[in-house]
Design a protein around this ligand. Structure first.
Ligand code: ADP
Length: 251
Protein backbone atom coordinates (compact mmCIF):
# COMPACT_ATOMS: atom_id res chain seq x y z
CA UNK A 1 0.00 0.00 0.00
CA UNK A 2 2.83 2.33 0.88
CA UNK A 3 4.08 1.79 -2.69
CA UNK A 4 0.86 3.23 -4.09
CA UNK A 5 1.11 6.48 -2.25
CA UNK A 6 3.49 8.48 -4.45
CA UNK A 7 1.71 7.56 -7.70
CA UNK A 8 -1.65 8.26 -6.09
CA UNK A 9 -0.43 11.65 -4.93
CA UNK A 10 1.05 12.36 -8.35
CA UNK A 11 -2.13 11.30 -10.09
CA UNK A 12 -3.98 13.93 -8.13
CA UNK A 13 -1.26 16.51 -8.57
CA UNK A 14 -0.85 17.08 -4.86
CA UNK A 15 2.06 17.15 -2.51
CA UNK A 16 2.00 13.95 -0.49
CA UNK A 17 1.26 14.81 3.15
CA UNK A 18 3.44 12.51 5.21
CA UNK A 19 1.32 12.78 8.31
CA UNK A 20 -2.15 12.54 6.79
CA UNK A 21 -4.40 10.54 9.08
CA UNK A 22 -7.27 10.32 6.57
CA UNK A 23 -7.06 10.45 2.83
CA UNK A 24 -10.28 10.73 0.86
CA UNK A 25 -10.40 10.60 -2.94
CA UNK A 26 -13.40 11.06 -5.25
CA UNK A 27 -15.74 9.91 -2.51
CA UNK A 28 -19.39 9.57 -3.41
CA UNK A 29 -22.38 8.26 -1.52
CA UNK A 30 -25.76 7.55 -3.01
CA UNK A 31 -28.66 6.44 -0.84
CA UNK A 32 -31.34 4.46 -2.61
CA UNK A 33 -34.73 3.70 -1.21
CA UNK A 34 -37.03 2.17 -3.81
CA UNK A 35 -37.14 4.47 -6.82
CA UNK A 36 -35.65 7.40 -4.98
CA UNK A 37 -31.94 8.19 -5.15
CA UNK A 38 -30.22 10.75 -2.97
CA UNK A 39 -26.71 11.80 -3.91
CA UNK A 40 -25.38 12.65 -0.44
CA UNK A 41 -21.68 13.06 -1.38
CA UNK A 42 -20.49 14.06 -4.85
CA UNK A 43 -16.74 13.64 -5.10
CA UNK A 44 -15.07 14.64 -1.84
CA UNK A 45 -11.28 15.16 -1.88
CA UNK A 46 -9.82 15.59 1.56
CA UNK A 47 -6.76 14.98 3.68
CA UNK A 48 -7.02 15.24 7.45
CA UNK A 49 -3.68 15.65 9.18
CA UNK A 50 -2.74 13.86 12.35
CA UNK A 51 -3.68 16.06 15.32
CA UNK A 52 -5.81 18.47 13.29
CA UNK A 53 -8.98 20.01 14.75
CA UNK A 54 -11.37 20.41 11.83
CA UNK A 55 -14.88 21.85 11.88
CA UNK A 56 -17.43 20.84 9.27
CA UNK A 57 -20.06 23.48 8.53
CA UNK A 58 -22.93 23.44 6.07
CA UNK A 59 -26.69 23.47 5.75
CA UNK A 60 -28.83 20.55 6.78
CA UNK A 61 -28.69 17.80 4.16
CA UNK A 62 -25.31 18.89 2.74
CA UNK A 63 -23.68 15.56 3.59
CA UNK A 64 -21.84 16.31 6.83
CA UNK A 65 -23.05 13.30 8.82
CA UNK A 66 -22.61 11.01 5.84
CA UNK A 67 -18.98 12.07 5.52
CA UNK A 68 -18.36 11.70 9.26
CA UNK A 69 -20.01 8.27 9.30
CA UNK A 70 -17.89 7.04 6.40
CA UNK A 71 -14.68 8.34 7.99
CA UNK A 72 -15.65 6.54 11.20
CA UNK A 73 -16.43 3.24 9.49
CA UNK A 74 -20.14 3.45 10.34
CA UNK A 75 -21.15 3.64 6.69
CA UNK A 76 -19.54 2.70 3.38
CA UNK A 77 -18.98 4.80 0.26
CA UNK A 78 -20.70 4.17 -3.06
CA UNK A 79 -17.47 4.93 -4.92
CA UNK A 80 -14.08 6.47 -4.31
CA UNK A 81 -11.38 5.83 -1.76
CA UNK A 82 -11.12 6.38 1.97
CA UNK A 83 -7.92 5.54 3.77
CA UNK A 84 -7.09 5.83 7.42
CA UNK A 85 -3.31 5.52 7.35
CA UNK A 86 -2.84 2.11 5.75
CA UNK A 87 -6.37 0.94 6.54
CA UNK A 88 -8.47 0.80 3.41
CA UNK A 89 -12.01 1.68 4.49
CA UNK A 90 -13.61 1.52 1.04
CA UNK A 91 -14.47 -2.09 0.33
CA UNK A 92 -13.89 -3.15 3.93
CA UNK A 93 -16.37 -5.65 5.34
CA UNK A 94 -18.35 -5.19 8.56
CA UNK A 95 -15.85 -7.13 10.65
CA UNK A 96 -12.93 -4.97 9.46
CA UNK A 97 -14.91 -1.78 10.03
CA UNK A 98 -15.87 -2.85 13.54
CA UNK A 99 -12.24 -3.50 14.33
CA UNK A 100 -11.20 -0.16 12.83
CA UNK A 101 -13.78 1.67 14.95
CA UNK A 102 -12.82 -0.18 18.10
CA UNK A 103 -9.09 0.42 17.68
CA UNK A 104 -9.03 3.96 16.34
CA UNK A 105 -12.24 5.97 16.66
CA UNK A 106 -14.18 7.69 19.42
CA UNK A 107 -17.64 9.07 18.63
CA UNK A 108 -19.61 11.86 20.26
CA UNK A 109 -23.17 12.42 19.09
CA UNK A 110 -25.80 15.05 19.86
CA UNK A 111 -27.54 12.71 22.29
CA UNK A 112 -25.34 11.19 24.90
CA UNK A 113 -26.50 7.57 24.94
CA UNK A 114 -25.39 6.99 28.52
CA UNK A 115 -26.71 3.98 30.39
CA UNK A 116 -29.11 5.40 33.00
CA UNK A 117 -28.54 2.69 35.61
CA UNK A 118 -24.75 3.20 35.65
CA UNK A 119 -22.81 6.04 37.27
CA UNK A 120 -20.61 8.36 35.23
CA UNK A 121 -17.57 6.30 36.22
CA UNK A 122 -19.27 3.02 35.31
CA UNK A 123 -20.40 4.39 31.95
CA UNK A 124 -16.79 5.20 31.11
CA UNK A 125 -15.48 1.92 32.56
CA UNK A 126 -17.76 -0.03 30.25
CA UNK A 127 -15.62 1.13 27.33
CA UNK A 128 -12.22 0.91 28.99
CA UNK A 129 -12.82 -2.71 29.92
CA UNK A 130 -12.70 -3.75 26.26
CA UNK A 131 -10.03 -1.29 25.00
CA UNK A 132 -6.39 -2.23 24.45
CA UNK A 133 -4.60 0.73 26.02
CA UNK A 134 -7.21 2.75 27.91
CA UNK A 135 -6.66 5.48 30.48
CA UNK A 136 -8.22 4.87 33.90
CA UNK A 137 -11.90 5.93 33.80
CA UNK A 138 -11.40 8.49 36.58
CA UNK A 139 -8.61 10.15 34.56
CA UNK A 140 -10.93 10.50 31.56
CA UNK A 141 -13.55 12.15 33.79
CA UNK A 142 -10.93 14.44 35.32
CA UNK A 143 -9.92 15.54 31.83
CA UNK A 144 -13.44 16.80 31.18
CA UNK A 145 -13.70 18.46 34.60
CA UNK A 146 -16.09 15.96 36.17
CA UNK A 147 -13.93 14.57 38.95
CA UNK A 148 -16.52 15.61 41.53
CA UNK A 149 -19.41 13.92 39.70
CA UNK A 150 -18.01 10.44 39.06
CA UNK A 151 -20.52 8.63 41.23
CA UNK A 152 -23.55 10.46 39.90
CA UNK A 153 -26.07 8.81 37.62
CA UNK A 154 -26.95 10.46 34.29
CA UNK A 155 -30.30 11.69 35.66
CA UNK A 156 -28.40 13.62 38.34
CA UNK A 157 -26.30 15.46 35.74
CA UNK A 158 -27.14 18.40 33.47
CA UNK A 159 -27.17 17.96 29.70
CA UNK A 160 -23.72 19.48 29.39
CA UNK A 161 -22.33 17.26 32.13
CA UNK A 162 -23.83 14.19 30.48
CA UNK A 163 -22.20 15.20 27.21
CA UNK A 164 -18.88 15.56 29.00
CA UNK A 165 -19.31 12.02 30.36
CA UNK A 166 -19.89 10.93 26.76
CA UNK A 167 -16.67 12.70 25.76
CA UNK A 168 -14.80 11.06 28.66
CA UNK A 169 -16.15 7.72 27.46
CA UNK A 170 -14.94 8.47 23.93
CA UNK A 171 -11.44 9.63 24.90
CA UNK A 172 -10.85 6.99 27.61
CA UNK A 173 -9.75 4.45 25.05
CA UNK A 174 -7.21 6.98 23.71
CA UNK A 175 -8.64 6.99 20.19
CA UNK A 176 -6.51 8.38 17.38
CA UNK A 177 -9.59 10.06 15.99
CA UNK A 178 -12.57 11.75 17.63
CA UNK A 179 -15.63 12.26 15.42
CA UNK A 180 -18.31 14.55 16.84
CA UNK A 181 -21.71 15.06 15.21
CA UNK A 182 -23.41 18.17 16.62
CA UNK A 183 -21.96 17.66 20.12
CA UNK A 184 -23.44 20.93 21.39
CA UNK A 185 -26.65 20.73 19.37
CA UNK A 186 -28.85 20.09 22.41
CA UNK A 187 -27.05 22.47 24.78
CA UNK A 188 -27.30 26.12 25.70
CA UNK A 189 -24.35 28.35 24.90
CA UNK A 190 -22.67 28.37 28.32
CA UNK A 191 -22.86 24.60 28.70
CA UNK A 192 -21.83 24.14 25.09
CA UNK A 193 -18.63 26.08 25.67
CA UNK A 194 -17.55 23.70 28.42
CA UNK A 195 -18.19 20.72 26.17
CA UNK A 196 -16.11 22.32 23.43
CA UNK A 197 -13.34 23.06 25.91
CA UNK A 198 -13.26 19.34 26.74
CA UNK A 199 -12.90 18.46 23.05
CA UNK A 200 -10.26 21.11 22.60
CA UNK A 201 -8.12 19.86 25.47
CA UNK A 202 -8.37 16.24 24.24
CA UNK A 203 -7.12 17.44 20.88
CA UNK A 204 -4.29 19.47 22.39
CA UNK A 205 -3.17 17.15 25.18
CA UNK A 206 -3.75 13.76 23.57
CA UNK A 207 -3.10 14.77 19.95
CA UNK A 208 -6.47 13.31 18.92
CA UNK A 209 -7.38 14.15 15.34
CA UNK A 210 -10.78 15.78 15.81
CA UNK A 211 -13.65 16.45 13.40
CA UNK A 212 -16.66 18.37 14.69
CA UNK A 213 -19.92 18.92 12.82
CA UNK A 214 -21.83 22.00 13.89
CA UNK A 215 -24.41 24.51 12.73
CA UNK A 216 -22.77 27.20 14.79
CA UNK A 217 -20.26 29.22 12.77
CA UNK A 218 -18.75 30.59 16.00
CA UNK A 219 -17.49 27.12 16.90
CA UNK A 220 -15.50 27.16 13.67
CA UNK A 221 -13.18 29.71 15.28
CA UNK A 222 -11.76 26.92 17.47
CA UNK A 223 -10.59 24.89 14.50
CA UNK A 224 -7.30 24.69 12.68
CA UNK A 225 -9.33 24.34 9.51
CA UNK A 226 -12.96 24.81 8.54
CA UNK A 227 -14.64 22.92 5.73
CA UNK A 228 -17.89 24.24 4.28
CA UNK A 229 -20.02 21.53 2.75
CA UNK A 230 -22.80 22.23 0.26
CA UNK A 231 -24.81 19.71 -1.76
CA UNK A 232 -22.34 16.90 -1.12
CA UNK A 233 -19.21 18.87 -2.02
CA UNK A 234 -16.57 20.81 -0.14
CA UNK A 235 -17.40 24.33 -1.32
CA UNK A 236 -14.85 26.24 0.69
CA UNK A 237 -11.98 25.62 3.03
CA UNK A 238 -10.63 28.15 5.51
CA UNK A 239 -7.46 27.81 7.57
CA UNK A 240 -7.72 29.78 10.79
CA UNK A 241 -4.54 31.81 11.22
CA UNK A 242 -5.48 32.57 14.82
CA UNK A 243 -7.57 30.09 16.74
CA UNK A 244 -9.87 31.07 19.57
CA UNK A 245 -10.05 28.94 22.71
CA UNK A 246 -13.46 27.57 23.65
CA UNK A 247 -13.57 29.46 26.93
CA UNK A 248 -12.99 32.74 25.03
CA UNK A 249 -16.12 32.26 22.95
CA UNK A 250 -18.84 34.70 23.85
CA UNK A 251 -22.26 33.74 22.55
P1 ADP B 1 -26.18 16.74 7.01
O1 ADP B 1 -25.44 15.97 8.05
O2 ADP B 1 -25.36 17.80 6.35
O3 ADP B 1 -27.49 17.27 7.50
P2 ADP B 1 -26.63 14.12 5.85
O4 ADP B 1 -25.29 13.56 5.58
O5 ADP B 1 -27.35 13.67 7.07
O6 ADP B 1 -26.52 15.71 5.83
O7 ADP B 1 -27.57 13.84 4.61
C1 ADP B 1 -27.20 14.12 3.27
C2 ADP B 1 -28.36 13.68 2.35
O8 ADP B 1 -28.46 12.27 2.38
C3 ADP B 1 -29.69 14.21 2.78
O9 ADP B 1 -30.45 14.52 1.64
C4 ADP B 1 -30.31 13.06 3.54
O10 ADP B 1 -31.70 13.09 3.50
C5 ADP B 1 -29.75 11.87 2.80
N1 ADP B 1 -29.60 10.70 3.69
C6 ADP B 1 -28.79 10.60 4.77
N2 ADP B 1 -28.85 9.38 5.32
C7 ADP B 1 -29.73 8.68 4.55
C8 ADP B 1 -30.23 7.33 4.58
N3 ADP B 1 -29.83 6.47 5.51
N4 ADP B 1 -31.11 6.97 3.62
C9 ADP B 1 -31.51 7.83 2.68
N5 ADP B 1 -31.09 9.11 2.56
C10 ADP B 1 -30.20 9.53 3.50
Amino acid sequence: MAGQQPSDALAHGVHWPTDAAFRVRQLTKVYRSGEVEVQALRGIELDLQQGEFVVLLGPSGSGKSTLLNILGGLDIPSSGEVWYRDHQLHGADERELTRFRREHVGFVFQFYNLIPSLTALENVALVTEIATDPMPPHEALERVGLEARMDHFPSQLSGGEQQRVAIARAIAKRPDVLLCDEPTGALDAVTGVRVLAALESANRELGTTTLVITHNADIARLAHRVLHLGAGRIMREVVNEARVHALELTW
